[in-house]
Design a protein. Sequence first.
Length: 306
Amino acid sequence: MRIAHFSDLHLLALQGVPAYRFMNKRFTGWVNLKAKRAHKHRVGHLRAVAREIARAGVDHVVITGDLTNLALEPEFEGVRELLESELGLPPSHISAVPGNHDLYTRGAMRQQRFATYFRDYVTSDLPELSRDLPVGPFPFVRLRGPCAIIGLSSAVPRPPLVASGQLGSAQLEALAAMLKHPEVQKRTPVVLVHHPIFNPISTLKTWAEGLWDAGPLMSALRAVPHGLVLHGHLHDRRQRSFATTTGEMLSVGATSASLEHERHDKMAGFNLYEFDSQGRLASLEAHVLDGATGAFHVRSIPHASM
């Protein structure tokens, strides 16, 4: 089983969007975009990543949030078009979870834009265990070979300059029930969530950028003997393990698939995970785009500092 993981597409599309729709948190987001010109998100990089994943012949693709930049309809439409045209895979082979940028405003939540545009990518093989959230049915699980791909939504609308996430008690309770299901227990869980399970050391940074209920999520995963927790949000590649009651799980982050950056651990690309027939992780590697040549180079995924 080969799974490609990319994240933080941050597709920006402003065509036809009236000015009054920026009279909210989007205004600070637009200013932030202009202030960070050195590290641009480039749609050309994103298309190159999607085409390379298609060439890799993977069994499944997972996307860990921030598909859009400002949660505008043209952005959702653009991402959907890109996935359909470049990946060449049916929705049953693509799983996606939302990031904070996909619920950038309360209007995006009320109008259920993520659920509307990406409904096919969040279908569950055990729908009775999902909760009906504004972003769709979460958690969802897709039983694929030796893996159980579980999607969680940590996306919630926040005030300007706040990008933190939260799962909520209902979703965590549903996850605990899902992990006990016989079809899940005989597979390796691959958990998708936008915000990383390890929070910053600073309480203030956790409040502003972290996952508020990271502790309860880790507690829910304590009974799992082995598996992966895949995330985005930080725009860099990193891996870090944590002990469970009977084994160990690995947390792995992907960088932004559209980011132009001088550092290899941040430059656009995707991660590739390979599992053996028993569901054990056989290999993990990063495929990093060379922005000058368009080629991809395989690199190891750095270990996070403790």
